[in-house]
Design a protein around this ligand. Sequence first.
Ligand code: TV1
Ligand code: CA
Ligand code: ZN
Length: 382
Amino acid sequence: HPAPPGEQRSTGTVVWTDRFLDYTWTPEHPMKPARLKFTMALAESLGLLDGVELLAPTAADRADLLRIHTPDYIEAVEQARAPVGSPQAPPYGLGSPDNPVFPGMHQAASVIVGGTLAAARAIAEGRTRRAVSIGGGMHHAMADAASGFCVYNDAAVAISWLLDNGFDRIAYLDVDVHHGDGVQRAFYADPRVLTVSLHQHPATLWPNTGWPEETGAGAAAGTAINLPVLPGTRDAQWLRGFHAVVPGALAAFRPQIVVSQCGVDTHCEDPLADLALTVDGQRAAFRAMRDLADQHAEGRWLAVGGGGYGLVRVVPRAWTHLLATALDRTIAPETAIPQDWIDLVRAQAPQVDPPRTMGDGGDIAYRPWDGPGGTGETGDAR
Ligand code: TV1
Ligand code: CA
Ligand code: ZN
């Protein structure tokens, strides 16, 4: 996949459009577009995006969605109206408390898919090595059902597109606290796609799948990996599990591209789950995935967002680190948060105490990237 002649190949590309903010459930729903708005505001305020060209996506079209979703389901999303009269079993998962119907749902969900597809195309065409679309990561959407705040499965559509455009070994890494069930399901019998999900143990968290014995079907046996971790798991333990499993799996699978779902609901303050990571641990995970793509996939890394419901204190810092990681513009955890951002979120979310620095002073004892002479791999501080 050479760079087009005469054109610059950038290291990292950020995919963004304000249309991502149209993916708006209800005011009470935990997945709020302000997560994305506050993230982009923080990244800008830190100067992280200075000189970075933003790639503006358009909506995915029907043919793109049909790679993963059934015609009936797509039509149901297009036609969905808020229910009138007595409540019935919601068809195709639409109209449940997790996935209430909202105006423009089909269009908004299609733009999210378009963002992840634009990232995939930019990498496949050699215009960039890495691309990030924080609007994506809707890993629960199924062929014929909305599930867990996810309408269309952007990562699965993009992986399917990559399979038809020159890639035949793709690794998908999912660090969201929830199991990446929709993506696993889409490629469960496809030996060309390795799916790895770390998540809170299925006995303790929805969707209650992602057991270690789910390993892939038929010719794809061994190409699904699930690493459940117990409630209360902190940075050092989580990273120990990641490094015990993921590098070896990628070395054996030899992917041509790494696709990462970067949900940040693993944080100790997240209201939806019970892991205990810090922003520092999440930053370490992003850097580890980037470095693995550098080592095993010639640097090709497509990162998407996902869950994360600490909309002032967690998501903006964590995903700013994700953007910085893709752009090779490291932000130290000690970095002070600019006053203009603090003022912005104080005006829009007065009840929350905004963070002051880009780190949490987290428990990162496992730092293999420090190399020999670093703190080593066995520490488990605090
Ligand atoms: C509306 C308003 C919906 C408040 C949903 C938490 C809400 C949740 C809400 C919620 C909530 C879930 C279940 C439903 C079992 C089902 C993007 C019958 C305070 C990637 C999706 C989690 C996670 C779905 C998405 C989960 C992602 N948890 N308040 N809903 N019930 N659904 O438990 O992986 O992060 O919680
Ligand atoms: Ca996961
Ligand atoms: Zn999640």
